[in-house]
Design a binder for this molecule. Structure first.
Ligand code: UD1
Length: 347
């Protein structure tokens, strides 16, 4: 199939591109590189083989139209969107405008070209703070920040389009905590500035770029007092998209799936696992809780297992090993990675 990945140069998009190419699909990436770089397209090429890429904003209907004119698209995986929680609190309009308009422009272009299948990147953040883990897809939703609300609103847009259009398929994937990197060390997470998320922060402490990790609270009602999350290897997550596309070929309407491992690890367990897997030391201090954090978040993964036939296979040790391998090989992320090959075409 010809599969369009909006935001396909991002962390999850790039790993998904690799898995789709490995499965024999043609991959077409649309990315404005606002939080990524054309270098990533060359890296995907090195790992998996040929793909097409366009430097364009998924919210730009005219540019999207041109991409759909050039390629006969069979399905879309929509990753494009801003994702920094704290920034979304400071600049809510930027988030609502960008994240909603890119989905709407994508859906309008799909409709104009008769493309009826979309896979959407959602987040476990939509379970909010009032549910008790494990979270299952039937539970109520609610958010604590504009980023989360954009995900929930996009889900609603898709639900309504699926109701209105017979033959339309939307598969919503609620990601838990994606971490790790491709085992080649060529693809990984490249946060801008000081990382907000746990694993990239640990990676930069390990490399000496940051002095020590702050653990946000050790007074939660959990096994060791620190927050519990469902960390999932980004390659397992990418494979979940391949399964979701297979499912979408045979089903109409909208369906939601959690993508996680179903296992929760505490912050201290992740620190210890990283130290053990890589033979490094992670100095840390305990600080106050971070606003908006829940004590425990992990998935009920039975629906994805039964309906999609997908299960995460990689362990926390694999995640820590691959994260460190990527960090060591790319201390500055995709920057300074030799000559930037601008393989991506402008429109
Ligand atoms: C965060 C976002 C979530 C988003 C997800 C993307 C918040 C409140 N939530 O989830 O909306 O979908 O990232 O991956 O920002 N921790 C530390 N020290 C750190 C960083 C994190 O102790 O320097 C702890 C946190 O308190 C938490 C755990 O590590 O218990 C995981 O944090 P993080 O990686 O930021 O992910 P989430 O908070 O689950």
């Amino acid at each position: 199939m010809n599969i369009l990945l909006t935001g396909g140069a991002g962390y999850i998009g790039s790993h998904t591109a690799v898995e789709l190419i490995n499965e024999g699909h043609e991959v077409i990436v649309v990315d404005n590189y606002s939080n990524s770089s054309p270098e990533i397209i060359s890296r995907i090429g090195k790992v998996a083989g040929r793909l097409a890429a366009y430097d364009a904003d998924a919210g730009d209907e005219e540019k999207m139209r041109q991409v759909f004119l050039k390629h006969k698209i069979d399905a879309v995986v929509h990753f494009a969107g801003y994702k920094a929680v704290a920034e979304s609190v400071q600049q809510p309009l930027k988030y609502y405008e960008n994240n909603l308009s890119s989905l709407i422009a994508t859906l309008k272009t799909m409709k104009a070209f008769g493309v009826d299948t979309i896979i959407f990147s959602s987040s476990a953040t939509v379970y909010g703070t009032s549910q008790t883990a494990p979270f299952d897809e039937g539970m109520g939703t609610g958010c604590t920040n504009p980023y989360g609300w954009t995900k929930l609103m996009c889900e609603q847009v898709l639900r309504d389009v699926a109701k209105a259009e017979t033959g339309f398929t939307a598969v919503i994937l609620r990601y838990f905590n994606p971490v790790g990197a491709h085992e080649s060390g060529l693809l990984g997470e490249d946060p801008k500035g000081i990382p907000n998320n746990l694993m990239p922060y640990i990676q930069q402490v390990a490399s000496g770029k940051l002095g020590k990790l702050s653990i946000f609270g050790n007074d939660y009602d959990t096994k060791d007092g620190t927050g519990i999350r469902d960390y999932i290897h980004v390659v397992d997550l990418a494979k979940g998209h391949v399964k979701a596309l297979q499912y979408a070929q045979e089903h109409r309407g909208m369906e939601v799936f959690n993508l996680g491992t179903g296992k929760g690890y505490s912050v201290l367990e992740v620190v210890r696992a990283f130290e053990r897997a890589n033979g490094v030391e992670i100095p840390y201090q305990i600080t106050a809780r971070r606003k908006g954090d829940v004590a425990e978040s992990y998935a009920d993964v039975s629906k994805a297992q039964v309906v999609l036939g997908w299960k995460a296979g990689k362990t926390l040790e694999d995640m820590c090993r691959d994260a460190w391998n990527w960090q060591k090989q790319n201390p500055e992320g995709y920057k300074n990675s030799g000559r930037m090959q601008r393989q991506a075409k402008g429109l």
